[in-house]
Design a protein around this ligand. Structure first.
Ligand SMILES: NC(=O)c1ccc[n+]([C@@H]2O[C@H](COP(=O)([O-])OP(=O)(O)OC[C@H]3O[C@@H](n4cnc5c(N)ncnc54)[C@H](OP(=O)(O)O)[C@@H]3O)[C@@H](O)[C@H]2O)c1
Length: 335
């Protein structure tokens, strides 16, 4: 599977094909907002909570009375989101929405917001690394010069995770329910189109050019690998780390595609609330941390398996450590 086109063989694998079909047309969700308890006093962080899946997730948490840090690039987006979430909320809802203002494509803003968060809270119950970019009409790189998908989806979240892990680990250690504190990395079934083992190791920024889908897919494969690697690194603290494919959803993610492709995609896509169901399953469903941390969740809340060569990479070939080290080197002096 070391070949550059390892994924072609993977696509032909019957198991993966079977799973992929159920990811496109998933069975009815079994885990929804009605499965959640009252979350009063709990503290959650959602990056990219101003649109699509993240906004639906934040709404579910808020309506269950949680304190929700809403990752937003601007005050205006945060206030729009708050109106969306609070409209028709019951008058006795005690949920709270707090602004987490950062731009993942500009690392100092990530560092500033992490420091602010750490000064405000004594625990974090779960974080969803949900924000994402897929294609952009004009932007190719982040402020620090990384390829846009790599810099935003991967480096930005890696830095945030690095800064928040001590508090997440402490929260996991002191949790009354083992395995209830989690870090959730939002990936995609687009990982099917990622390079062999997920990462284009020689040139993660694709400086010689590549399809937008390849760049996006690599960034999502990185989420899968980082989820696994964090689960290993935090096995002692009990912090559970999972990745997921939220499902095919009608969100802002498609906005940079040609209109005809958007219309076609919408025929097999769902309301973003369904993606939020995948995300709450990953965060709240009962699991065995020793056996299931590091795993991969598929729509609308089932355990699945990522592409075989990506799994082989992090279980047998050390790609988790390799990626972690690479990102550690990339954030040095950047924030
Ligand atoms: N939609 C799908 O079919 C699908 C399928 C598989 C995986 N996913 C994944 O699901 C996640 C959520 O995406 P979505 O579908 O809900 O898309 P979306 O509607 O476009 O939402 C993306 C969110 O990320 C935020 N964001 C984008 N760039 C950012 C940056 N530089 N800094 C901070 N926040 C930023 C956006 O903020 P603004 O509101 O300011 O733009 C928005 O809140 C993504 O990780 C995506 O890769 C989606």
């Amino acid at each position: 599977m070391g070949s550059r086109f390892g994924w072609c063989y993977e696509l032909l694998s019957l198991n993966l094909l079977r799973q992929s079909l159920t990811e496109v047309a998933p069975p009815k969700p079994q885990f929804t907002e009605f499965n959640l308890p009252d979350l009063a006093g709990k503290i959650y962080v959602v990056t990219g909570a101003t649109n699509g899946v993240g906004r639906e997730l934040a709404k579910i948490l808020y309506l269950r009375n949680a304190i929700v840090y809403v990752g937003s690039r601007s005050d205006a987006r945060f206030y729009q989101t708050a109106v969306y979430i609070k409209t028709n909320a019951p008058s006795d809802c005690t949920g709270e929405l707090r602004l987490l203002k950062m731009d993942l494509s500009d690392l100092p803003t990530v560092k500033n917001v992490a420091e602010k968060l750490l000064s405000e809270v004594k625990r974090i119950d779960t974080i969803w690394y949900n924000a994402g970019v897929m294609g952009h009409p004009t932007l190719n790189t982040t402020v620090q010069g990384f390829e846009l998908h790599w810099g935003t989806n991967v480096v930005g979240h890696f830095l945030l995770n690095k800064l928040l892990t001590p508090l997440l680990a402490e929260s996991a250690r002191s949790a009354s329910v083992k395995g209830s504190v989690r870090a959730i990395w939002v990936a995609s079934d687009a990982t099917l189109f990622a390079p062999s083992q997920g990462i284009n190791w020689e040139d993660v920024n694709f400086s010689k050019g590549a399809l937008q889908m390849t760049k996006y897919a690599q960034s999502k494969a990185a989420a899968v690998i980082l989820a696994y690697e964090l689960s290993k690194r935090e096995a002692d603290s009990g912090l559970v780390s999972l990745s997921l494919n939220p499902g095919h959803l009608i969100t802002g993610m498609q906005e940079n595609r040609p209109k005809w492709l958007q219309k076609l995609g919408n025929l097999v896509s769902y309301h973003p609330k369904y993606g939020a169901y995948t995300e709450i399953f990953a965060a709240f469903a009962e699991l065995n941390p020793e056996l299931q941390s590091g795993g991969y969740v598929i729509p609308w809340g089932r355990f699945g398996s990522p592409r075989g060569d990506i799994v082989d990479g992090y279980t047998n070939k050390g790609t988790g450590t390799r990626l972690w080290d690479l990102l550690d080197a990339q954030i040095v002096g950047q924030a």
